[in-house]
Design a protein around this ligand. Structure first.
Ligand code: PGA
Length: 252
């Protein structure tokens, strides 16, 4: 029997939002019940908003996540935040290896794997991001680059329950451009194959693979219908409750 993968509709607020924007999370939380059977819903605000966001989402199926964590549990790491601290606040999921962190903070696959292991150690789901640059795609290397990232960004602690993989082509993030459905299908199938050889078919077939990069209400139903696309990681369109809920509406 084919495994059932409950889709994930996840919002990544990046370095956006202030206390005044918690109303958007409140609206999403109030509406989340409608989609709760069909999809998991997650918003990852910046660190300073997490505590308040957890309060706002309490009593609703909306989960609150974080955008990064340090590999260690605690210690002399000024400015860093551990996975344990985030879970202590009520975070269920931690994004690791987003391309903006790989680019801005020189994060390697190996570091991403240690951060994902830290999320697992703390009892959180690691949402591990992979994706090729435009130059890599133009050179015909998209699949090879992404397979390499999947091979080396996943720690030995990965299970189908504690990990989600996000395929986010770097050139599609924040640009309004998306790959063709055929390209998304090919990449997601390639990631699934890589997971099968790494983890075995049973585990690999149960891991959710979400697509990210310029997902909007207007293109969500086409993208979410692609085989092996088990939801979305949404940046810009997650900042407004109406847009985020319209995207989640694909699973209504
Ligand atoms: P975008 O960002 O939806 O604004 O393109 C996606 C992401 O970076 O997760």
């Amino acid at each position: 029997m084919a495994p059932t993968r409950k889709p994930l509709v996840a919002g990544n607020w990046k370095m956006n939002g202030s206390l005044a924007d918690l109303g958007e999370i409140k609206t999403i939380a109030e509406n989340a019940k409608r989609f709760a059977d069909a999809a998991s819903m997650l918003i990852c605000p910046p660190f300073p908003l997490i505590s308040e966001a957890v309060k706002v989402a309490r009593q609703s199926p909306l989960e609150i996540g974080a955008q990064d964590c340090h590999p260690d549990e605690k210690g002399a790491h000024t400015g860093d935040v551990s996975a344990e601290m985030l879970v202590d606040l009520g975070v269920t999921t931690i994004i690791v290896g987003h391309s903006e962190r790989r680019a801005d903070h020189s994060e390697t696959n190996q570091l991403v794997a240690t951060k994902a292991a830290a999320a697992h150690r703390a009892g959180a789901i690691a949402l591990i991001c992979v994706g090729e640059t435009e130059a890599e795609r133009d050179a015909g290397h998209a699949l090879a680059v992404v397979e390499e990232q999947v091979k080396h960004s996943l720690p030995g602690t990965v299970t189908a329950l504690n990990t989600v993989i996000a395929y986010e082509p770097v050139w599609a993030i924040g640009t309004g451009r998306t790959p063709t459905p055929g390209d998304v299908a090919a990449l997601h199938a390639g990631i699934r194959d890589t997971l099968r050889s790494k983890l075995g078919a049973e585990s690999a077939d149960s891991i959710r693979l979400v697509y990210g990069g310029s997902v909007k209400p207007a293109n969500a139903s086409e993208l979410m219908a692609i085989p092996h696309v088990d939801g979305a990681l949404i940046g810009g369109a997650s900042l407004k409750a109406a847009d985020f809920l319209a995207i989640a509406g694909v699973y209504d």
